[in-house]
Design a protein around this ligand. Structure first.
Ligand code: ZN
Length: 274
C-alpha cells in the first residue's frame, strides 16, 4: 500500500466580460496536479507534476494567477485533464491511499473526475493530513500549510501554492505526524455519497420552514417566498407587532454534518422600497 500525497491548483470562474457565466457543473477546474508517492515506511518513491490545460475556465482568474504564478499562457501548453488523470491513475498504481492537506483538494479531484467522466480513481481510502495534525495539537481552526511547515522547521526550498511544492511539504508533515493507526483512513466516496443524499433530503424540506416573529415569537403567514438551490427566502408581516419579517433558511455544513439553519429578521419598510 502506497501513500499518494497530492495537491492541486485550480482555476475558477471570473467575469472577464459581460455575459460570462460560471458552469454550474464545475466550480473548481484543476490546472495542476502535484504528488509524492510514499511507501509503507513513508519513504519517497516517486513524484508526479503536471500542468493541465483548462477547457471550462480557459483564462486564469487574476486571484489564482497572483496566488500560484500560473498564467493563461502556461496552461495553454498543459495536458488535457482526460490525459492527465489517466497518467496520474496509472502512476499511483493499484494499492493506494490518497492523502492531502484538508478537504478542498479531494473534493475538487472527485468533482473534476465526475465532471469529465473519469471513474477509474478510487476514493474509498483517504487521509486528511491537516486533520491528523489538528487532532495531534487539539486545534479547532484549520491551520495553513505554510505555518505548519514553519512550525515543524521543515526547510522551505520552493514557493508555496505550487501543487508539487505543496504536495512535497504535505508529505514532509505526514512523516512527522503520522501514527500508522487505521482509524485515520476515511472512505471519502461513502462520506460524499451520504452527504449528497442528505443534501437532497434537506432540499425537499427547506421550503417547509415556518416564519415567526423574533419580537413576539408568534407564527407569521408567508406573503412571498423564493426557493434557490440551497437557500430559501420568505417574507411576512407580524400584525401584532406591525413588523416586517424576513426569513432565510439555508443548508449549512458544520464539522461534516448538514442541517437546515433558519433565521427570522426584522426589517424596516425603508429596505423594502429600495
Ligand atoms: Zn410579533
Amino acid at each position: 500500500m502506497d501513500y499518494i500525497v497530492f495537491d492541486l491548483e485550480f482555476n475558477m470562474f471570473f467575469k472577464f466580460n459581460e455575459g460570462d457565466t460560471a458552469n454550474p457543473g464545475l466550480k473548481n477546474e484543476i490546472i495542476q496536479i502535484g504528488a509524492v508517492k510514499l511507501n509503507e515506511k513513508l519513504e519517497a518513491i516517486g513524484k508526479f507534476d503536471l500542468l493541465i490545460r483548462p477547457v471550462i475556465y480557459k483564462r486564469i482568474n487574476p486571484y489564482v494567477k497572483r496566488k500560484t504564478n500560473i498564467n493563461t499562457r502556461r496552461v495553454v501548453q498543459g495536458t488535457p485533464f482526460s490525459k492527465a488523470i489517466e497518467s496520474f491513475n496509472s502512476w499511483i498504481g493499484s494499492e493506494y491511499i490518497l492523502c492531502s492537506w484538508g478537504h478542498d483538494d479531494i473534493l475538487a479531484l472527485r468533482e473534476n473526475c465526475l465532471f469529465f467522466g473519469f471513474d477509474n480513481l478510487a476514493f474509498n481510502k483517504f487521509i486528511n493530513i491537516q486533520q491528523i495534525y489538528m487532532n495531534l495539537r487539539s486545534l479547532a481552526q484549520q491551520p495553513k500549510l505554510e505555518s505548519v511547515v514553519e512550525g515543524l522547521e521543515i526547510a522551505i526550498d520552493s514557493p508555496f501554492h505550487d501543487a508539487f511544492s505543496d504536495a512535497f511539504y504535505t508529505a514532509e508533515i505526514f512523516r512527522k505526524v503520522f501514527d500508522f493507526s487505521d482509524d485515520v483512513i476515511i472512505n471519502w466516496e461513502k462520506v460524499q455519497e451520504d452527504n449528497e443524499l442528505k443534501i437532497e433530503e434537506l432540499k425537499t424540506q427547506i421550503d417547509k420552514a415556518t416564519i415567526y416573529c423574533p419580537e413576539c415569537g408568534e407564527f407569521v403567514p408567508k406573503d412571498g417566498e423564493v426557493t434557490k438551490k440551497k437557500k430559501y427566502f420568505a417574507f411576512g408581516h407580524c400584525v401584532k407587532c406591525d413588523l416586517h419579517i424576513r426569513h432565510i433558511s439555508r443548508i449549512a455544513h458544520d464539522k461534516g454534518e448538514y442541517s437546515i439553519v433558519s433565521n427570522n429578521n426584522i426589517y424596516t419598510t425603508d429596505e423594502v422600497s429600495e
